[in-house]
Design a protein around this ligand. Structure first.
Ligand SMILES: [Zn+2]
Length: 125
């Protein structure tokens, strides 16, 4: 640091900034150039991260009957998960990626160019 930069810090302003990801770094860099320091804070408190997400994640670790719904046309396929819903979903996803004919849901998505979708949006148990 040069002596010049040190005197600059006394006039520096601090702006609270909510961290949202890579975009924030880009924006904060712009602010740095404008000699405006950024204090980063996050919306994800530890409690927020741990508490509400436990429920939906847990339910997919069980097994049983499920419905897989296309996020594009809402056509639904009913199936049975022997081990866990997460495992069954992975099998659907693998069938989708490798274009194997082992999942009616994956075959539907491939044939109609519909998105596969994430587990919490497409799999109802
Ligand atoms: Zn569809």
């Amino acid at each position: 640091m040069t002596p010049n930069q040190k005197t600059d810090t006394t006039t520096q302003k601090w702006a609270p900034f909510t961290y949202i990801g890579r975009e924030t770094a880009f924006i904060t860099n712009l602010f740095k150039k404008a000699n405006l320091r950024i204090t980063l804070r996050t919306n994800n408190t530890l409690q927020k991260l741990l508490m509400p997400k436990l429920q939906p994640l847990d339910k997919y670790s069980r097994s049983g009957a499920y419905k897989q719904t296309c996020p594009d046309c809402y056509k639904a396929y009913v199936g049975q998960a022997g081990r866990s819903f997460t495992q069954r979903f992975k099998e659907h996803k693998n069938a989708f990626r490798s274009n194997r004919n082992t999942s009616n849901y994956a075959t539907h998505a491939l044939e109609h160019s519909h998105p596969f979708g994430p587990i919490h949006e497409t799999m109802q148990i």
